[in-house]
Design a protein around this ligand. Sequence first.
Ligand SMILES: Cc1cc2nc3c(=O)[nH]c(=O)nc-3n(C[C@H](O)[C@H](O)[C@H](O)COP(=O)(O)OP(=O)(O)OC[C@H]3O[C@@H](n4cnc5c(N)ncnc54)[C@H](O)[C@@H]3O)c2cc1C
Length: 135
Amino acid sequence: MSQLPITRVLIVGGGIGGLATAIALGKLGIKTEIAEVKQDWQVYGVGIFQPPNALRALNELNVAKRCLEEGYSFEGMAYCDAEGNRFAEPESPKIAGYPGLNVISRKNSMIFFLKRHCLTTRQCEWGQQLNLSTI
Ligand SMILES: Cc1cc2nc3c(=O)[nH]c(=O)nc-3n(C[C@H](O)[C@H](O)[C@H](O)COP(=O)(O)OP(=O)(O)OC[C@H]3O[C@@H](n4cnc5c(N)ncnc54)[C@H](O)[C@@H]3O)c2cc1C
């Protein structure tokens, strides 16, 4: 059975997953179109922890360096009770030279880097709202 070459992909949702997929497919020469329901692509204004395996994956998309520059890195976390007594210190091993954790704003940095990378490398075209019931 012959395989049809994939040349165009429609991505539903322009969150971290959709934007990262667009960049990754673009690197393979596959044209993508993102259909994002939100008009203004707002992201809630909280931070996101980036463990080293995530940074390693983001490096493949050429955005890990900017995330590290804009974020705050540290070697690990400790969970404390209300009195400040430590009760858990989960391991945060380094992977591929990346720190145990990096934390970065979703709104101003993470999504921004991915969107800008998509735009500057012309790896996607912005789509319109997609109603899943029409698929
Ligand atoms: C409170 C909280 C804290 C978290 N903290 C962390 C953390 O520290 N570290 C970490 O790695 N992960 C964290 N996560 C998980 C992380 O946020 C998600 O795994 C990630 O955002 C998922 O990305 P996504 O692109 O798959 O989905 P989303 O970010 O949800 O993006 C989906 C997009 O699709 C759009 N959409 C939906 N339906 C349609 C449609 N029919 N047509 C067009 N567009 C549509 C939405 O508008 C949205 O923009 C956290 C999650 C939450 C809720």
